[in-house]
Design a protein around this ligand. Structure first.
Ligand code: MLT
Length: 266
């Protein structure tokens, strides 16, 4: 596992297993480790690529604003640098899903399938975008601690919070390890992301839409609607999970993903 030098950043990517490429793209403010159960399972059948996006984990930080489009372009450059020309399955959670929608628009030929997990197609409402600006400023002045403290209650299902303190604590550790400047740049990027809600009918590839039963950030009602509007989409709800469905219920998440990966390709 080495960092890969791209034109203006060094990007970390865990690269394990052999077979069709499966790209796992993490949410905010996390890194590739949130996919550990998927990496362990799918490395037996696929080449699993789990990068850290610009500003997160072991990838270099860019100050200012990092848009979802730029993150998608980074992934395109990463695949090129790794000599991967075979179409991939793109699987993104939340912010990773925002990047996925940009990837389809900007680098369609790279993808054979799309997995959108616990994410949304709509852009931010003005008050949400404003809140992100405030968060970015606080990140740069106070550090990441306040985000790591407040976010887990939103990310995990109540049952996970009550019964699986170690999982919540590990996630808090990952957040505390995220560089505040990197998170601030991504928060500003999310605030200006495009609205794809009227363009879901353009998703011309097999699409799996996954959502934790108790996801409060991107709720099942919204994701079900999203799946209805994408012509080739299938919706699967992950029981006993909140927004972090691949970590909270990896068995059901992996079952749904395996079924999709074994299905027809684009
Ligand atoms: C994430 O999990 O990536 C975040 O909840 C995305 C967001 O803040 O919109």
């Amino acid at each position: 596992m080495a960092n890969i030098q791209l034109s203006d950043l060094e990007m970390f990517c865990q690269d394990v297993g052999r077979g069709q490429p499966l790209l796992l793209v993490h949410g905010f403010p996390l890194d590739h480790r949130m996919w550990r159960h998927q990496i362990a399972s799918f490395r037996n059948s696929h080449r699993v690529l789990a990068p850290d996006l610009r500003g997160f984990g072991r990838t270099s930080v860019t100050a200012g604003t990092v848009t979802m489009a730029r993150m998608a372009d980074d992934l395109d450059a990463l695949l090129a640098a790794m000599d991967i020309s075979e179409p991939i399955t793109f699987c993104g959670l939340s912010m990773g899903g925002y990047v996925g929608l940009e990837m389809v628009t900007r680098h369609r030929s790279r993808l054979s399938r799309l997995v959108l997990s616990d994410t949304r197609a709509a852009n931010d409402l003005p008050e949400v975008a404003k809140g992100r600006g405030i968060m970015a400023h606080r990140l740069e002045t106070e550090g990441i601690g306040f985000v790591a403290e407040s976010m887990p209650t939103k990310l995990f299902a109540p049952e996970t919070q009550q019964q699986r303190g170690e999982l919540v604590a590990e996630t808090v550790d990952v957040m505390n390890g995220t560089l505040a400047r990197g998170a601030a740049s991504a928060a500003r990027g999310m605030a200006i992301r495009k609205d794809f809600s009227d363009r879901l009918d353009e998703l011309d590839l097999p699409t799996l839409v996954l959502c934790g039963e108790y996801d409060e950030v991107t709720p099942p009602s919204e994701m079900r609607e999203m799946a209805k509007r994408a012509p080739q989409a299938v919706y699967v709800e992950i029981p006993r999970a909140g927004h972090m469905s691949p970590l909270e219920n990896p068995d059901d998440f992996n079952l749904a993903l395996a079924g999709f990966l074994n299905g027809p390709v684009d």
